[in-house]
Structures are given as C-alpha cells and as structure tokens.
Design a protein around this ligand. Structure first.
Ligand code: SAH
Length: 341
C-alpha cells in the first residue's frame, strides 16, 4: 500500500526519504510543492527529475478530494460543495466571502456518531474518519477553486475531536510556517463536548480557537437532545473550557442553537447565568435549520434577537450567527443526505 505524503512534516519526509535512498534536500522541495504551490500530482513537480517523479508516484499518494457538485447562493457569495473521496464517500464543505474575509467550513468525518437529534450529519451514523491527507486536500481543493482563504472553521460534517489524531496532524501541517502557514488564531474547531479531548487539545500547543456546542443549559435537557451529554456533564465540560482558556489564552465560544419554546425560556437564561456569568466567554446564537427528522421549525429573526437582548441585559455576551447561503439552505449534512437519496 502506498503511504500518503501530504500529511508529513519536512522532518518526517526527510527521515522517510533518507531511508528510501533519496537525497535529504528533496524532502523540503516536495513539501514546498505540495503546501506552497498546492501541487497534488507528482507529474507536475517539474523541479524533480522524471525518474524521481515516477518513483515517488509508485511509493506515495495524496488522498484526493474531487469536486462532485457546486451549489451557489444567489443572495450572497456562499458556495456549498459536495466532494467525493477516493473510496466514493461524499462530504460537504462551504465557502463564504464576507467583508473580505474568506472563510471555509470543512467536514472532519464521513458521517458522525454523536447522534444529536437536531443534526442531519449524524442521521446515518459514522461511516469513517477522514484522513489527515484528505483534510489537507479538502482545504487546498477549496483554495484551488476560490483562491487563498483566511479562516477555517471545522464545523462541517463530523465530530472533529472524535477524529483527534488526524485532526491534530492536519492542524500541525496546515499551520507549518514552511508550508501553508495559516495562523493558529484563524482556525476554529467546534466540538459537541468530548471533555477529555478538550484537555488534550489545550495541551497540544496548537492554540486554535475552540467553540463548544452547548445548546442546553442543564444536563437534563442536554441529555435529551445530545447523547454525548450522558457521558460528559456540563460542569465537567465548562471546567475543561476554563482549562482551555487558561492554557491557550483563547476565549472559548459556546454555540447555542435557539429552538423556540425548548431552550429560550427564562429558566434557560437563569441557568446560563449560573454556568457562564463572569467568565471570559462568548455565546454564539444560531437559528435552527429545520431538518426532516427533528420536528421544530426555523427560528425567526425576532425570536433569536429577543433571546439575544435578554441574555445581554442579563450580562451575558451573546451575538447571533446569521446563516449565509440561506437559499442553498442545508445545514451541514443535508446536501449529502439528499444526494444519497
Ligand atoms: N460536531 C461538532 C461540529 C459540527 S456541527 C459540533 O457538534 O460542534 C457545527 C454546529 O452546527 C454545531 O454547533 C451543531 O450543533 C450545529 N447544528 C447542528 N444541526 C443544526 C441545525 N439543524 N440547525 C442549526 N445548527 C445546527
């Protein structure tokens, strides 16, 4: 089996190359071709001899991510993509161009095993993790289509901390200053709340931004909609985010999908105050994107703004994340599911 090449640091490549009898300096050359020039085909690495290109392609590979379908919004610049992986699996990614900041939202797994009742991505369970090689190609494919991007949010299909090894490898490579050199602070990872992995991420030195999908302010409610809450309670989760802030100096944000009549009650505000008051955090309110399997309607602007006002009046720092590309709809997972149907 060929080993992947685009998920290796220069040092790792040097060791592999030396072992295989290539000259050491070739490692840096190949690394730059992949991560600076974004070449994903050995035949295009024209600074290498033809022989070397050929033997590299016999021994190494890049897990390609190919464009299957593009959905372009007519009301803003958002584009959503279906990508096909080498084994035929399908994932989604989003490109947003907002106030001169190009942001991409990427998937981290094929499917998801977290089972949140309101989320389309998890409806058919987890198919498999995405490889680090695929995660890197996911970003570069989006950049080949749209030019260099400024921000990455890992909020597409999948639970990134459930794919911890590949995600951290991907982050290490994409922030490498000899290659793509994305800044750590331009990357945000969203988790449904795998508490032990939040500690690991804090200790990893990667220092990216962390978003936590809280959505409900009591364990009782959270357990009803998010199975992960049965394993990790809110108190322990918040403690892990305190540790994250302390260690990385990055303010953690809490995502809160507002579901009218379910989690926007006065008691929810009281409970949120108990949990978060006085902490250096931020609450991101998200309108519910209705999915077939979850019987609640779209959150109106009025409902979400009222809730935001109340939180603010109560001293909690909250903003609304308006969904882009409303007309191409589909909260993550829906495009893939529809395509499969
Ligand atoms: N698994 C990670 C990241 C992917 S989801 C996580 O749970 O954080 C990105 C965000 O979209 C999460 O906050 C998730 O709860 C939210 N989300 C899921 N389904 C949604 C829906 N139907 N409407 C609005 N937001 C949704």
């Amino acid at each position: 089996m060929k080993q992947s090449i685009n998920d290796k640091t220069i040092k790792e490549l040097e060791d592999i190359f030396l072992e295989k009898g290539y000259q050491k300096f070739r490692a840096k050359q190949v690394f730059r071709q992949i991560h600076v020039n974004k070449v994903n085909d050995f035949s295009q690495m024209t600074d290498l001899s033809k022989d070397m290109r050929e033997s590299l392609s016999n021994e190494f590979e890049i897990d390609k991510v190919s464009l299957l379908k593009t959905f372009e919004s007519k009301i803003d610049s958002t584009k959503k993509y279906l990508f096909e992986l080498k084994d035929g699996n399908i994932i989604e990614a989003v490109f947003m161009d907002y106030k001169d900041r190009k942001t991409i939202c990427i998937s981290s797994q094929v499917g998801c095993r977290m089972g949140c009742t309101f989320c389309a991505s998890t409806k058919n369970g987890l198919e498999r993790h995405m490889t680090a090689s695929e995660l890197i190609e996911e970003v570069y494919t989006l950049e080949r289509l749209n030019g260099d991007i400024n921000n990455i949010v890992i909020m597409g299909i999948g639970e990134p901390l459930d794919n911890y090894k590949n995600i951290t490898k991907f982050l290490e490579i994409i922030t490498d200053e000899n290659g793509r050199n994305l800044s750590h602070r331009s990357i945000t990872l969203s988790t449904s709340g795998l508490t032990p992995k939040i500690y690991d991420l804090a200790d990893s030195g990667l220092d990216i931004n962390l978003a936590v999908s809280l959505h409900y302010a009591t364990d009782e409610k959270r357990k009803k909609y998010m199975p992960v809450a049965k394993k990790y309670d809110i108190k322990g989760l918040i403690k892990a985010t305190d540790y994250y802030l302390d260690k990385t100096k990055r303010r953690v944000s809490f995502e809160y999908v507002v579901i009218d009549g379910v989690n926007n009650l006065d008691s929810d505000i009281d409970n949120l105050k108990k949990l978060l008051m006085g902490k250096n955090i931020h609450i991101n309110l998200i309108p519910l994107n209705p999915i077939e399997e979850f019987k609640h309607g779209k959150t109106t602007n009025k409902i979400i703004n009222d809730f935001k006002e109340k939180l603010t009046r109560n001293g909690l720092n909250a903003t609304v994340r308006y969904s882009m590309g409303q007309d191409i709809d589909a909260s993550c997972g829906q495009l893939r599911n529809n395509y499969a149907r």
